[in-house]
Structure formats: structure tokens, C-alpha cells
Write a protein that binds this ligand. Structure first.
Ligand SMILES: [Fe+2]
Length: 175
């Protein structure tokens, strides 16, 4: 890992322990999005969708590569998430939540340099509408792998426990 990604993790760790973690993480991410190409040059080759830069009880920092023309299922995070785009586009479908049911609210497009903050109970679904992969940095103020959270099956409307398997089996072609 190079200088920029090391600094990102250090800055996020400091932010996570501060009185305003979201502002600190946003500031840390704005340094990597200021020069996305240099940041991307530091990313090691990795298989699959996620590359873990850091994982602890109070902070997770992931690189997320979304495959071309794909759309994932709606889900929450159970903790604050801050997302910054390095390459390509993520379309975020934002849902309104009433009890266990969700309804589509609006769509936001995050392109290179864009930074998005999601609250713990916010529900979104990510899609990549382009024929090339997108790459983003996803920072969570907690241990995103260890927490119990929810995803929704869009066909049945059913709320289910979030697992990697339940997520991946519901990734569809973007349309
Ligand atoms: Fe998410």
C-alpha cells in the first residue's frame, strides 16, 4: 500500500477517535479524491469486489469495485457510512423505511470526487450503469463485517439478515 492509502487509513483512524468523526473522515477522503489517478495507482491487484484497507471495532475502510452493468440489493449498514468515488459512477437508490418495509425514494449519482454520507438506518442500493468497473472508498464508523444488518429482496419486499451470500445472490443486471 502506498503513501496516500496509508495516510487515508491513519487519518480515518484519528477521525474515528475524534469528537466529529464524519467531518474527519470526509476531510480524509477529500485528499484521496483530489487526485484519484494517483490514489488508483496505489491500489494493489485484488480479486472480487472488496479490498480491506483497515478493519477494527470502531472503523472499517474498504475499496469497493462494482462490476460493470450491475445492481445490488437494498441494504442498511447499522453504522454511519461515508463513500467516496475514485473511478466510474455509482448510482445510489435511496429508500424510505417504514418498519420492515422500504419504498424507493430517490436516485443519486456519485461520480469521481463525489462524497456521500449515509446514516446508520439509511437504506440504499448501489448500481454501476457503465460498461467499466467503478472504484470507490467505503468508510464505516464501526466493524461493518461483524455487525448484524438488513438487506431487502426487491422481488418479495422481504427484509433478511445481511450476509455476503444473500447479497451476492441478489446482484442483477443494471437496467
Ligand atoms: Fe452499502
Amino acid at each position: 500500500m502506498g503513501e496516500i492509502l496509508n495516510r487515508l487509513v491513519e487519518d480515518c483512524r484519528r477521525a474515528a477517535g475524534s469528537t466529529d468523526p464524519v467531518a474527519g473522515v470526509q476531510a480524509a477522503l477529500s485528499l484521496v479524491t483530489a487526485d484519484p489517478d494517483t490514489t488508483i495507482a496505489e491500489i494493489p491487484d485484488f480479486e472480487g469486489e472488496d479490498y480491506v484497507l483497515h478493519r477494527a471495532d470502531d472503523l472499517s475502510v474498504f475499496l469497493v469495485r462494482q462490476a460493470p452493468n450491475t445492481a445490488g440489493p437494498p441494504h442498511d449498514h447499522g453504522m454511519t457510512a461515508v463513500i467516496a468515488m475514485l473511478e466510474g459512477v455509482e448510482i445510489h437508490r435511496r429508500y424510505r423505511r417504514e418498519g420492515q418495509r422500504i419504498t424507493l425514494d430517490r436516485e443519486q449519482t456519485a461520480g469521481p470526487g463525489g462524497i456521500l454520507v449515509l446514516a446508520p438506518r439509511d437504506v440504499h442500493a448501489i448500481a454501476n450503469p457503465d460498461p467499466t468497473p467503478s472504484i470507490g472508498v467505503h468508510v464505516y464508523l464501526g466493524d461493518i463485517v461483524g455487525i448484524e444488518r438488513t438487506l431487502w429482496d426487491t422481488a418479495s419486499g422481504e427484509a433478511l439478515p445481511f450476509t455476503l451470500e444473500s447479497y451476492e445472490s441478489r446482484v442483477r443486471a443494471y437496467r
